[in-house]
Design a protein around this ligand. Structure first.
Ligand code: PHE
Length: 445
């Protein structure tokens, strides 16, 4: 039994939405959407989010809140015999590795944010944004320090605990994130020529949709909701018994969709208005966006708040990734939280160093043809996350007591038994099957 809890249901929802809304949502999703059929991809993504994604999110919530335990003990409590707690351990390993390179990008964002105060990011001395990005990311000292700074910010919040740390930070950062997006979206949509970007982002392009699109959309749906790592199990274990789980899940999903949508509408119109092309990978936010802001009145200021927004989005996801590792160590021993958080955070930083150097000193070091950064990303995103998602859905569907599941799902909510049965079919059949399809086809590729 854990002592600490979220102070309010809103705090829980914002923290969970903060975990969901991260680099995957505000940066990768709009880009992939543009490439994979625009509005149609978005439609498929939202449909999957509302069905398969929400079902699995509810499964994690049901497991977390009914057991009130984190990544390892939640599984042990439901199935004391057997090795089921390995699902939690896999999740902790996945979170550890994910944060190790996620924090590298967090470091880049930190550097760009700090540098934007000097005014030389949107207008680099020789006018070449790509060269600036390369020179920054290949400089081990600058990005190393920024990487460390990002991890320390994460640690400083998480060591304060669930209510005083993560919840409080989310209560400030998430509304700020929303307001900044709103400002940027309005600015972007009111530029001359913005419409072309809206079209790129949202016009359904049937020719770009293939079976691959569904795979992308499903993988993205899970990643966007932080599923498969027991993050949502952990967060919901700190939730009181009154809150409605379906209601909370809808709020988290709707906030994620809304922000993803706003991200697309803030980024693409501005890019097209200035005759630039959306580009793949990190270059979109670090090379193309600075070039966009360069041409805007008060561009440096807009860029600064854009980076602040990215920083908030990345930090709130980082909190959840470190918390799932911290929770099992500090359950019932909250006094250890500070020490454990620092130890885990610094280890993650150390693990991230080779990923960081992948853009400089270690650029030529390859594992299966991938740089260290890409290899860790591949292992986490394409193997550990889908595997975790599959195991969690099977575990909840077949190992938990139906009476407990039903009680937990419906308590405090407006839904009746029909909803429970639909959800049951989803997590027993539809969710595992769709993950298996995605998994197998990714491995074949
Ligand atoms: N949901 C986060 C994003 O979109 C990533 C994440 C995945 C965070 C899994 C926690 C757990 O960036």
């Amino acid at each position: 039994m854990q002592k600490e809890n979220w102070g309010t249901r809103l705090g829980f929802i914002l923290a969970a939405a903060g975990s969901a809304i991260g680099l995957g949502t505000v940066w990768r999703l709009p880009y992939v959407a543009g490439e994979q059929g625009g509005g149609l991809f978005f439609f498929i993504f939202i449909a999957l989010l509302l069905t398969v994604g929400t079902s699995l999110l509810l499964a994690e919530f049901v497991l977390g809140r009914s057991t009130k335990e984190g990544a390892i003990e939640a599984y042990r409590k439901v199935a004391p015999k057997g090795q089921w707690h390995w699902i939690g351990i896999i999740g902790m390993i996945a979170a550890f590795l994910l944060l190790s390179f996620y924090s590298v990008v967090g470091g880049w964002i930190t550097t760009y944010f700090v540098r934007s105060f000097t005014g030389n990011v949107t207008s680099p001395p020789d006018g070449d944004h790509g060269a600036l990005f390369e020179s920054i990311t290949s400089n081990p000292w600058e990005v190393g320090l920024a990487h460390l700074a990002f991890m320390i910010m994460t640690i400083l919040v998480v060591q304060m605990g669930i209510k005083k740390g993560i919840e409080k930070a989310s209560l400030y950062m998430m509304p700020a994130l929303f307001i900044i997006f709103l400002i940027l979206m309005v600015r972007s949509l009111t530029l001359d020529g913005a419409w072309e970007g809206v079209v790129y982002f949202l016009q359904p392009d049937f020719s770009a949709v293939s079976s691959e699109t569904f795979l992308f959309a499903l993988g993205q749906a899970f990643f966007s909701l932080s599923l498969g790592v027991s993050v949502m199990v952990t967060y919901s274990s700190y939730l009181d018994n009154k809150a409605s789980l379906p209601g909370s899940a809808w709020s988290v999903v709707l906030l994620s969709v809304l922000i993803a949508f706003m991200a697309g509408l803030a980024i693409f119109p501005a890019i097209y208005a200035f005759g630039l092309q959306p580009d793949e990978g990190p270059s979109l936010i670090f090379v193309v966006i600075p070039a966009v802001f360069q041409q805007l009145a008060f561009g440096e200021a807009f860029f600064m708040i854009f980076m602040l927004l990215m920083l908030f989005a990345t930090l709130t996801s980082a909190f959840s990734l470190i918390e799932i590792i911290v929770t099992p160590f500090v359950r019932g021993k909250e006094h250890l939280r500070k020490r454990v958080t620092w130890a885990v955070g610094l280890l993650i930083f150390a693990m991230g160093i080779p990923s960081n150097l992948s853009f400089g000193l270690l650029a030529d070091f390859h594992i299966f043809g991938l740089t260290f950064f890409d290899a860790v990303d591949f292992l986490v995103s394409n193997i550990l996350l889908p595997l975790g998602a599959l195991l969690i859905s099977l575990f909840v569907a077949y190992k938990m007591k139906p009476s407990i599941m039903q009680e937990e799902l419906l308590r405090g909510s407006r839904f009746g038994k029909g909803f429970y049965f639909i959800w049951l079919i989803m997590i027993r059949v539809v969710v595992p099957l769709s993950i298996i399809v995605v998994f197998v086809s990714q491995l074949i590729q």
